[in-house]
Write a protein that binds this ligand. Structure first.
Ligand code: ADP
Length: 515
C-alpha cells in the first residue's frame, strides 16, 4: 500500500477544508501523540475546542474507564507505525456518553519517516443502541418462537389425536422438556381428572413449576415441569419468565381442548340419544298405523277363546260325561291364548324403547318374524305378502329390532302404494339374495303407484311424504339404520309397475364363508 505522505501547505489546507465538510470527527497527532489539529465535528462531538484538545488535551475526551486500554492499543500501533482501529466511549461536554468507532492511519513525511496519525471518530452511539434494541428484540422473538413452537406442536398433536384426550396428553408431555432451557434434566407431568401422563424420566423434584388446568373455570388438573438437578436462580425459581409463560399457555390450551372434547362428546351422546328416540318414534308410529289390523289380529284369538269357553260352560252344564270334549276345547283355548300372547309379545318388542344392541342374527329369520306382523296388515288391505328367501346366507351382526323395523317400513310403504292397484296385482314380495361381494341383499317389491318423477332426491329426506297422515320419516330413518350397519339403501322403478327398495348388510365380522 502507498504510504500517505505529509502534503504541501496548500494541499494540507485543502485537506483541512475537506475534513470540515465530512460528518466525522477528525484529529491529527504528531509522532508523540500530541494533537495538532481537530476538525469542527470532533469539537462538537467531544465538547473540546481545538485549543483544549491540543497536546494531550484530547485524552480528556476519553471515558475514564476506557482510557488505559485505548492508550495501550494506540502505543502498540504507534511503535510499529501501524494502522489502529477500536471502538470506545467518549464523554461529551454535557456529560453524556457516546460511543465512537475509531480508525487511525499513520502518516509519513517525504523521507518516509513516521509523522504522526490522522484519526477519524465516527459516532456509532445510535447504531449501537439500535443493535442493542435489536438484540433484545431478537431474544424476545426467540422466546416467543419457542412458546409458539410448543403450542403449534400441541395443535398438531390435537389434529392427529383422533379426538382422544389420552393421546393429546401422552404426546404433549413429551413435547414439554425440549422447550425448557435445560432440556436434558427436564421432566414433565400432566394430570387431568383421573388421567396422568409423565415423561419417561419423571421424578418428583424440588425444582418444579406448575400451572393449573381449568375446565369451565373449575380446576381439573395441572401441568408440571421440573428440573432433576439444581440450577441457578432465574425469574421463577430456576425457570425463565418465558418458561412460565409457556407452561401457563399450555395449561390454558389443554383446558380449552378438554372443554371442547367434553362439548363434542356431549353433542355425540345427545345426537345418539336423539337418533334412538327418533328411530323408536317412527317404529311406534308404524305400529300406530297398523293398530287397527293388529287389533283385528288379536281380536280373532280372543273371540275364539270367548266362543270356546262358552262352549265349555255349556258342556259342563249339560253333562259331566263330556269331559274329553271339554279337554279338547280347553286345549284350543290354550292355543288361541298363546297366539294372542305371541302377537302381543312381538308388538311389545317393537314398541319398547331400548338401547340399540348388535347381536349375531340371520336375516331370513328376522324377515319371517316381521312377516307374521306385516301379513296381518297386508290381509286387511287385500295385499298378498310373499317371501322369496335365499338359503345359506351369511350371518349378520346387527340390531335385529332395527333391521325388522326397516323391513316392516318397506312392506308398509309397498302396501300403501297399492291402494289404487287392482286386486289381482296387489302383492308385496320380500326377497333375500347374496351379492357378489358377499353382502346380504334384501329387496321389497310392490306393484303400486311407483315413485313419482322428480321426487327421487327427496324420498330419503326427513319429513318428505305424499301421504295425508304420513310422517315422512320412514325412509330417512331406515337409510340411517342401514348406513349405521355399514350397508346401503336405494330403489329402482319396476318395468311393469311399482317400485323395488333394496338394502344391503355386510356379513358378521370374521365370517369366512362357513358357519
Ligand atoms: P311416509 O311413509 O310417512 O310418507 P316414508 O319416508 O316412508 O314416509 O316415505 C316417504 C315417501 O316416499 C312416501 O310418502 C311416498 O311418497 C314415497 N314412497 C315410499 N315408498 C314408496 C313406494 N313403495 N312406492 C311409491 N312411493 C313410495
Amino acid at each position: 500500500m502507498q504510504k500517505p505522505r505529509l502534503a504541501s501547505r496548500v494541499l494540507e489546507k485543502s485537506l483541512h477544508e475537506l475534513t470540515e465538510l465530512i460528518p466525522v470527527g477528525i484529529f491529527r497527532t504528531d509522532t508523540s501523540g500530541h494533537c495538532v489539529y481537530v476538525n469542527e465535528r470532533w469539537s462538537q462531538l467531544t465538547g473540546l475546542s481545538r485549543e483544549e484538545a491540543s497536546g494531550y488535551g484530547w485524552i480528556r475526551a476519553l471515558h475514564a474507564d476506557d482510557r488505559r486500554s485505548v492508550l495501550r492499543g494506540w502505543r502498540e500501533a504507534a511503535q510499529q507505525a501501524k494502522e489502529f482501529a477500536d471502538e470506545y466511549r467518549i464523554r461529551c461536554r454535557d456529560g453524556a456518553l457516546r460511543t465512537v468507532s475509531t480508525r487511525a492511519l499513520p502518516l509519513f513525511d517525504e523521507s518516509g519517516e513516521p509523522a504522526g496519525y490522522i484519526v477519524a471518530h465516527a459516532d456509532v452511539t445510535e447504531r449501537q443502541q439500535t443493535e442493542a434494541a435489536l438484540r433484545v428484540l431478537a431474544q424476545k422473538l426467540s422466546e416467543r418462537v419457542k412458546e409458539l413452537d410448543c403450542l403449534i406442536g400441541i395443535s398438531r398433536i390435537v389434529d392427529h389425536s383422533g379426538g382422544s384426550l389420552d393421546n393429546i396428553l401422552r404426546e404433549t408431555v413429551k413435547l414439554l422438556p425440549p422447550s425448557w432451557q435445560y432440556s436434558d434434566i427436564t421432566c414433565a407431568r400432566i394430570v387431568i381428572d383421573d388421567l396422568e401422563f409423565k415423561s419417561d424420566n419423571y421424578e418428583a423434584t424440588a425444582w418444579r413449576q406448575t400451572a393449573e388446568i381449568s375446565v369451565h373455570e373449575k380446576p381439573v388438573g395441572l401441568v408440571e415441569v421440573g428440573y432433576l438437578e439444581e440450577r441457578p436462580e432465574r425469574d421463577d425459581g430456576p425457570f425463565l419468565a418465558e418458561e412460565r409463560r409457556v407452561i401457563d399457555a399450555v395449561a390454558v390450551f389443554l383446558g380449552r381442548i378438554a372443554e371442547r372434547l367434553q362439548a363434542e362428546r356431549l353433542v355425540v351422546e345427545r345426537e345418539q340419544e336423539l337418533r334412538e328416540r327418533l328411530t323408536h318414534l317412527t317404529r311406534v308410529s308404524v305400529m300406530g298405523e297398523m293398530a287397527s289390523s293388529i287389533a283385528h289380529e288379536i281380536n280373532q284369538p280372543l273371540s275364539a277363546i270367548a266362543t270356546y269357553s262358552d262352549a265349555c260352560r255349556r258342556l259342563l252344564e249339560a253333562d259331566a260325561e263330556e269331559i274329553p270334549e271339554i279337554q279338547e276345547v280347553l286345549g284350543r283355548i290354550n292355543q288361541e291364548a298363546l297366539r294372542a300372547g305371541e302377537i302381543v309379545h312381538r308388538l311389545r318388542d317393537l314398541v319398547r324403547r331400548r338401547e340399540g344392541k348388535r347381536l349375531d342374527c340371520k336375516i331370513n329369520q328376522l324377515i319371517v318374524a316381521v312377516e307374521r306382523l306385516a301379513s296381518v296388515d297386508a290381509r286387511l288391505h287385500d295385499v298378498r305378502l310373499r317371501l322369496d328367501l335365499a338359503p345359506s346366507l351369511p350371518p349378520l351382526h346387527a340390531d335385529p329390532i332395527q333391521i325388522q323395523q326397516v323391513v316392516l317400513n318397506l312392506i308398509r310403504n309397498g302396501i300403501d302404494a297399492m291402494t289404487d292397484t287392482d286386486q289381482e296385482h296387489r302383492e308385496v314380495i320380500v326377497r333375500t339374495a347374496l351379492q357378489d361381494e358377499g353382502d346380504v341383499e334384501v329387496s321389497v317389491t310392490d306393484s303400486g303407484c311407483g315413485i313419482p318423477e322428480g321426487s327421487e332426491q327427496q324420498l330419503f329426506e326427513p319429513f318428505f311424504t305424499t301421504k295425508e297422515d304420513g310422517l315422512g320419516m320412514g325412509l330417512s330413518v331406515s337409510r340411517s339404520i342401514i348406513a349405521a350397519h355399514g350397508g346401503r339403501m336405494w330403489f329402482t322403478r319396476n318395468l311393469e309397475r311399482g317400485a323395488t327398495f333394496f338394502f344391503t348388510l355386510p356379513p358378521r365380522p370374521e365370517y369366512h364363508g362357513q358357519e
